[in-house]
Design a protein around this ligand. Sequence first.
Ligand SMILES: *[C@@H]1O[C@H](CO)[C@@H](O)[C@H](O)[C@H]1NC(C)=O
Ligand SMILES: *[C@@H]1O[C@H](CO)[C@@H](O)[C@H](O)[C@H]1NC(C)=O
Ligand SMILES: *[C@@H]1O[C@H](CO)[C@@H](O)[C@H](O)[C@H]1NC(C)=O
Ligand SMILES: *[C@@H]1O[C@H](CO)[C@@H](O)[C@H](O)[C@H]1NC(C)=O
Ligand SMILES: *[C@@H]1O[C@H](CO)[C@@H](O)[C@H](O)[C@H]1NC(C)=O
Length: 456
Amino acid sequence: MPASAELMVQIPAMTKKAKGRAPLSVVVAIIGGLALAGIIFTEDLRSLTEIMEKKKDKQTNEQKRTTSLPAGARMMLTRPVENATPAPPPVENAPPPVKEVAPPTPAKAAFDPSRCSVTEGYWAYNRSKKLYYTDETCPFVDSQDSCQRNGRPDSDYLYWDWHLDDCNLPRFDPAAVLEKLRGKRMMFVGDSLQMGQWLSFVCLVNSAVPYTARTMERTSTLSVFTATDYNATIEFYWAPYLVESNSDRNIRLGADGRVLHVDAVELHAKHWKGADVLVFDSYVWWMTGSRIKTVWGAFGDDGYEELDAWVAFRLGLKTWANWVDANVDPNATRVFFMSISTTHMRSEDWGREGGIRCYNETWPITKKGYWGSGADRRMMEVVSDVLGRMRVPVALLNVTQLTEHRVDAHVSVYTETGGQLLTPEQQADPQTYTDCIHWCLPGVPDTWNQILYAHL
Ligand SMILES: *[C@@H]1O[C@H](CO)[C@@H](O)[C@H](O)[C@H]1NC(C)=O
Ligand SMILES: *[C@@H]1O[C@H](CO)[C@@H](O)[C@H](O)[C@H]1NC(C)=O
Ligand SMILES: *[C@@H]1O[C@H](CO)[C@@H](O)[C@H](O)[C@H]1NC(C)=O
Ligand SMILES: *[C@@H]1O[C@H](CO)[C@@H](O)[C@H](O)[C@H]1NC(C)=O
Ligand SMILES: *[C@@H]1O[C@H](CO)[C@@H](O)[C@H](O)[C@H]1NC(C)=O
């Protein structure tokens, strides 16, 4: 596999564009984009989701056309399995799903990152689960993710825990985390999903920090939470592609206007130096359905080339990997990479014919090992392949399986668009406005951080 993949990279399907197509306007857009500080983190979601939806439909049609599995297996692909249908809304203290009422299982092993798979597990409902924070008690939750504050009427999605089949996943311990981070810098780097994870981490930790012993400074590119008693910072750096692009500052640029520098990362990476813990993600911005435009050398020199998303992703990720290998001291810095955070764009995937993506979903898909169409396998292979060749060990936190189940936990219409909360009229138009990419806080990113904590 790697050999043919390499070949594809060397003889890529490139379309040379006319000279001078990208140039000056791009530079202007970058500078202009700096003024957009207030809304800079809010991607143009609508266009993103719409395009993704189209792409997924196309992919699945292709999949159906080309699939040549035995009849029974094909059924599994096209017809929802009974279990895949989300359960009816529960009443207060509803009986938890099957797994939890099963007779007591033998004690599970303590968590050991080298032995325990975080992908093999199940969600269990626990109405008495204690929440570390809510979007009312944690002042840092953005209105993009504050579902309850934004009027989400149901709350069951808050009360699920991810349990591993074979090991005990430790509970997130804010005091222990602060102790580990004493005198250190931890930095999350990536897109708005990663920003959600950073906010989740901050809110989880914040519950153990007195009001007077913390500061938060946010700018369009770098945000820093400081626990002053510990001299510890938990930071977020905005770089949705990790590598440089003309839309890093001008996020309003539509998918068609975006031009990447798949071979350049230094502008961002210089800010990552000296961090003791680095947590990266990058996926959804590559998945706009368009081919990725990239320039080599300086913006505006030479027009651009168009690459398939996964080819561009491989080149960009290699650029990132080379930087990490050359600049990170593995004895001093822990490096993590988050696997794909699944999107839920096709309700047919989980047997909700006629549904509107994740809109109105209030219960996870409990079917063991459920896998829909929201996580691109090829992109995932690129990640494992590139990470596998690095000198600096990077721990891949594979949260894809656990996110697959959570159709119920996206922000849906309880979010904002272009920096403004959705109006009641917009909320009443879920076909246009439902966001099935981002996650409510508290919610799924807390579990990612529980897993991150288990690896720290
Ligand atoms: C449910 O949550 C409570 C409170 O956090 C905890 O004590 C209890 O062990 C949990 N139950 C299960 C089955 O995990
Ligand atoms: C705080 O931590 C930074 C590293 O993040 C270190 O350079 C600095 O010396 C520390 N300050 C104190 C007072 O410990
Ligand atoms: C990391 O530490 C080990 C053992 O202390 C040492 O042999 C190695 O050279 C160090 N690596 C780097 C990159 O400093
Ligand atoms: C969403 O749920 C509400 C309340 O249960 C219901 O009235 C509405 O018809 C549902 N909409 C869709 C599109 O399923
Ligand atoms: C993550 O785990 C899934 C199984 O849950 C697996 O199919 C996938 O290859 C893993 N992803 C990576 C990048 O290793």
